[in-house]
Design a protein around this ligand. Structure first.
Ligand SMILES: Cc1cc2nc3c(=O)[nH]c(=O)nc-3n(C[C@H](O)[C@H](O)[C@H](O)COP(=O)(O)OP(=O)(O)OC[C@H]3O[C@@H](n4cnc5c(N)ncnc54)[C@H](O)[C@@H]3O)c2cc1C
Length: 432
C-alpha cells in the first residue's frame, strides 16, 4: 500500500527554523488495531509512545498536524524541578506525604529528560542552570525561605539563594531584587527534543501518524478511535492533547482552560553582549504573575517569553507584543532586530496542578501542566506506561490531587477566568 505523507508544517518560529532532520510520518488511511492508541504528538504523547513501545506493547500515535506542532515545539524550553505550586502549598493542601511524592516525581521528571537526551542521543542544546528572579522586593524573602526548606527538609542541595547584588551581576538589569539559582534544572531546544522523542519511539516500534486528526472515539472494552481517513481499535486510549483538546473529550475539557503565550527571538548578539544580558548561559524565569522567561539560543539570540492572551486570537503583531515586555527588563536592546515572534497554546488548571484522570478504566488523560510541562509531560508518558502495566502509584499521586472543573465549564469558563487573570496580571504592575 502506498503511504500518504501529509504536508502539515510547524508554525514559523526560531525553533522551526533550526530543526534537526525530521522524518515525515504518514497519514492514517487504514483500520488498524493496537494495545494502546495515543492522541497527540507532544511530549505527553511521544513519551507515552516511547515508554509503552519499549515495554513491548503495540502502540499507535495519531497527531493532527506534525510531531511537536503544539506547545511542545514552541515553548520556552525551560526544564525545571518542582510542581507549578510550591512545597508550602502542596504540604498545606495535600499533606506532607503526597507533597513529598510530588516533589520526588518532579525531580524524576528532570532526570528523565536528561536521561532520554543521553540515551537516545538527542541533539537539543541541553544547558544546565535555571535562575528564578524576584520581580518584587516582597518575593525575595519567599525565595530565601523556600531555598532553605528545599535544602534542609527535601535534601535538595542544587539550589541556592541569590541576593540583590549577585542577581544584578548575573542579569544586566536592575529589575530584580534577588532569587534562587537551581543548577539541576536547565534548558533545551524543545522542538528538537520532541523530534528526538518521536525518532526514539518510532525506533522502539511505535507507529506514528501525522496529519491524522482524531474526530471522535467510541468508549468500550475496546475503544474505537476515528480519523477522517481511518480508524484504530485499541484496548487503551491516551488523550495527550492539552491546550489543543478542543471538543474531543467534553468530560475533561472543563478541567482545563487553554491560554496563549508568546516568545520572540532577537537577531544574534555578540559574545560580549550576551554575557552582559545573562551570565553563564542560564535560563531565567521571573516571579511576575504573567511570567517573563528568557535565555539564549545556541546562536546567541535572546529568546524572550512574555505576555499572554485568553481568547482564540493571537495578537497581529506578536513581535511587538512581546518586545514591550523585553524592553521593560532590557531597555538596552531597543535597537536590536527581532527576527522571530510566535505563540502557542497551553492548558492551565484551576489550582495549577496537572490533571490526570482515568475514564472507564481504559482511557487515560494527562493535561493542564499550567506552563510547567516540558519535564512533567515527559514524565507523564513514563507514569502512564507504568499505570497501564499495572503500577498505578505515580499516576494516582497526580490523579488524587483534586482538580476542579472551571466554573461554567467549557462554555462559560472564559469571562470569570479572564477577569481573574487580568486582575492578577494588573498586580504585576504595582510595587511590592
Ligand atoms: C509559549 C509557551 C511557552 C512555554 N514555556 C514553557 C517552559 O519554558 N517550560 C515548561 O515546562 N513548559 C512551558 N510551556 C508549557 C509546555 O510547552 C506544555 O506544558 C507541554 O508542551 C505540553 O505537552 P503536551 O504534549 O501535553 O501538549 P502539546 O505539545 O500541546 O501537544 C498536543 C498535541 O495534540 C495534538 N492534537 C490535539 N487534538 C488532536 C486530535 N483531535 N487528533 C490528533 N491530535 C490532536 C495537537 O496537534 C498537538 O500537537 C510553554 C507553553 C507555551 C505555549
Amino acid at each position: 500500500m502506498e503511504l500518504t505523507m501529509p504536508i502539515n508544517v510547524h508554525t514559523e518560529s526560531y525553533y522551526a527554523a533550526t530543526t534537526n532532520n525530521m522524518q515525515a510520518f504518514p497519514r492514517l488511511e487504514d483500520s488498524l488495531e493496537a494495545d494502546v492508541c495515543i492522541v497527540g504528538g507532544g511530549f505527553t504523547g511521544l513519551s507515552s509512545a516511547l515508554h509503552l513501545a519499549q515495554s513491548g506493547l503495540k502502540v499507535i500515535l495519531l497527531e493532527a498536524e506534525k510531531v511537536g506542532w503544539g506547545a511542545s515545539g514552541r515553548n520556552g524550553g525551560q526544564v525545571g524541578v518542582a510542581q507549578r505550586q510550591d512545597q508550602y502549598w502542596l504540604e498545606d493542601k495535600l499533606g506532607k506525604d503526597l507533597a513529598r511524592q510530588l516533589w520526588d516525581l518532579s525531580v524524576l521528571s528532570v532526570d528523565l529528560v536528561k536521561e532520554l537526551i543521553t540515551k537516545h542521543n538527542i541533539d537539543c542544546d541541553w544547558t544546565p542552570g535555571l535562575l528564578h528572579a524576584a520581580y518584587k522586593k516582597s518575593h525575595v524573602e519567599e525565595y530565601q525561605q523556600e531555598t532553605e526548606k528545599l535544602q534542609s527538609e527535601y535534601g535538595f542541595e542544587h539550589v541556592r539563594f541569590v541576593d540583590e547584588n549577585e542577581i544584578k551581576s548575573l542579569l544586566g538589569t536592575d529589575k530584580y531584587y534577588g532569587g534562587q539559582l537551581d543548577s539541576y534544572s536547565g534548558h533545551l531546544h524543545p522542538l528538537n527534543f520532541a523530534i528526538g522523542l518521536a525518532d526514539a519511539a518510532h525506533n522502539a516500534g511505535a507507529q506514528i501518524f501525522e496529519g491524522s486528526r482524531v474526530t471522535g472515539y467510541q468508549p468500550g472494552k475496546e475503544v474505537v478511535v476515528t480519523t477522517e481517513h481511518g480508524q484504530v481499535k485499541a484496548k487503551k486510549l491516551i488523550l495527550g492533547c492539552n491546550g489543543y483538546l478542543g471538543k474531543l473529550a467534553p468530560k475533561v475539557a472543563g478541567k482545563i482552560m487553554p491560554i496563549n503565550n508568546f516568545i520572540l527571538a532577537t537577531e544574534p548578539l555578540s559574545e560580549n553582549e550576551k554575557e552582559a544580558i545573562i551570565r553563564d548561559n542560564l535560563c531565567v524565569a521571573d516571579s511576575k504573575f504573567v511570567v517573563n522567561y528568557f535565555r539564549f539560543s545556541r546562536d546567541n539570540r535572546l529568546l524572550f517569553g512574555g505576555g499572554e492572551t485568553y481568547s482564540s486570537q493571537f495578537p497581529k503583531d506578536i513581535k511587538g507584543f512581546v518586545r514591550k515586555h523585553m524592553l521593560d527588563i532590557y531597555p538596552q536592546l531597543e535597537s536590536k532586530k527581532i527576527d522571530y515572534g510566535w505563540g502557542g497554546t497551553l492548558a492551565i488548571t484551576l489550582n495549577r496542578m496537572p490533571h490526570f484522570e482515568r475514564l472507564n478504566n481504559n482511557i487515560y488523560v494527562m493535561q493542564g501542566y499550567s506552563g510547567h510541562g516540558v519535564a512533567l509531560a515527559t514524565l507523564a508518558g513514563k507514569v502512564v506506561c507504568d499505570a497501564i502495566n499495572g503500577n498505578l502509584s505515580d499516576f494516582d499521586a497526580f490523579a488524587t490531587v483534586p482538580t476542579h472543573t472551571f466554573p461554567g465549564g467549557t462554555l462559560l469558563r472564559y469571562p470569570g477566568m479572564v477577569a481573574g487573570m487580568l486582575y492578577y496580571s494588573m498586580l504585576d504592575k504595582l510595587p511590592g
